[in-house]
Structures are given as structure tokens and as C-alpha cells.
Design a protein around this ligand. Structure first.
Ligand SMILES: Nc1nc2c(ncn2[C@@H]2O[C@H](COP(=O)(O)OP(=O)(O)OP(=O)(O)O)[C@@H](O)[C@H]2O)c(=O)[nH]1
Ligand SMILES: [Mg+2]
Length: 163
């Protein structure tokens, strides 16, 4: 999230956030993911908070359609966070499967762990629902169960907290 005022290294005219939105849209629009839960994790929230508080990069300077709420400060953390979240959410079509959002400082083991546990819990729940036949098709059941297993396998290889 902290890249709201930064441009791409390879193209100084393109805002990093706008580029991220385009990439996210291509993921949301992919037929492979239409019926699967998407987990969107925003990192660098600590830097984002500090940058907004410093006030030397006005959030509204980078997003012409961002309107400061009456009475709110121009770089209000919650308002800016909500604006960016909504921009990402708008990239998914209306009938897309749930989009979970997380906001972390990725250098905090606890925050990464918390996000991971929560996301895995939801994937497990999805897999359980598909297996019990309460929703989805057989194909989706295989796909989701498989992806859930893969996510769990990756987790097994993560360094233990505090490593
Ligand atoms: N304070 C802070 N630093 C972070 C965070 N995420 C990544 N970093 C640091 O940013 C640097 C780049 O890390 P990457 O893993 O490449 O993160 P990225 O999101 O791809 O960020 P950039 O490469 O900087 O665009 C490293 O020094 C990380 O420690 C975060 O949430 N908070
Ligand atoms: Mg990087």
C-alpha cells in the first residue's frame, strides 16, 4: 500500500498502485479463479501509515477521483486504506467468489502468521464444503482440495515463528 506515490522503476510515468490494479484485474478475470476465493494481502501498512502521517505525499495528488470526506484530514489513514481496497475490489466482477483482504507489516512474523492461519482456515472451510457437496461441482472439489493441500504443504516448509 505504501507505493501509492511511487512509479515503476522501468516506467516513471506509471504509478505502482495503478500497475498493481491492472495485474490484479487480469487475475480476477481469469476463468481459473472465477469460482475460487481470492486472498489479497496488502503489505507495508506500517510504511503506508508513516508516509501518510508525514504528509509530504498527499494521497489525493495521486488519485484524481479520491474525495476527502468533509472533516477528514487529507491523508487520513482509514480513508486512504478504504479507497485503495475499493479500487481493488472493483477489479473483480460482481459474481466473483469472495475476496478476502488482509493488511500487514510483512516484516512482522506474528502478522504474517496470523494472516496465513486465517487464510488457510478459510481455504480449509471451502474444501470441506466442496467435499460435503454443499456447493460447487466435482471438478471444483478436486481443484480446491488440491490447492488447499498445496498451501498446507508450503506452510510446512515455512520457518517456525521466531526463526
Ligand atoms: N517495513 C516493512 N518493510 C517491508 C514490508 N514488506 C517488505 N518490506 C521490505 O521491503 C524490501 C523489499 O521486500 P520485498 O519482499 O521485495 O517486498 P515487495 O513488496 O516486493 O516490495 P518492493 O520490492 O520494495 O517493491 C525488503 O527490505 C523487505 O524487508 C512491510 O510490510 N513493512
Ligand atoms: Mg520486491
Amino acid at each position: 500500500m505504501s507505493s501509492y506515490n511511487e512509479t515503476l522503476v522501468e516506467d516513471m510515468n506509471t504509478n505502482q498502485m495503478e500497475e498493481a490494479l491492472v495485474i490484479f484485474k487480469s487475475i480476477c478475470g481469469s476463468g481459473y479463479f472465477m469460482k475460487t476465493r481470492l486472498v489479497l494481502c496488502f503489505t507495508k501498512m506500517d510504511i503506508f501509515r508513516r508516509k501518510l502521517a508525514r504528509g509530504d505525499h498527499l494521497f489525493s495528488d495521486h488519485f484524481p477521483d479520491y474525495n476527502v470526506m468533509p472533516g477528514a484530514t487529507p491523508n487520513d489513514f482509514e480513508a486512504a486504506k478504504t479507497y485503495i481496497t475499493e479500487r481493488f475490489r472493483a477489479m473483480c466482477c460482481e459474481n466473483h467468489a469472495p475476496l478476502e483482504t488482509y493488511y500487514i507489516n510483512a516484516t512482522s512474523t506474528d502478522e504474517v502468521q496470523g494472516m496465513w492461519e486465517s487464510a488457510i482456515g478459510k481455504v480449509r472451510q471451502d474444501a470441506k464444503e466442496f467435499s460435503s457437496g454443499s456447493s460447487g461441482t466435482a471438478t471444483e472439489q478436486v481443484y480446491l482440495s488440491d490447492s488447499a493441500q498445496r498451501v498446507l504443504a508450503i506452510k510446512e516448509h515455512l520457518p517456525a515463528p521466531g526463526y
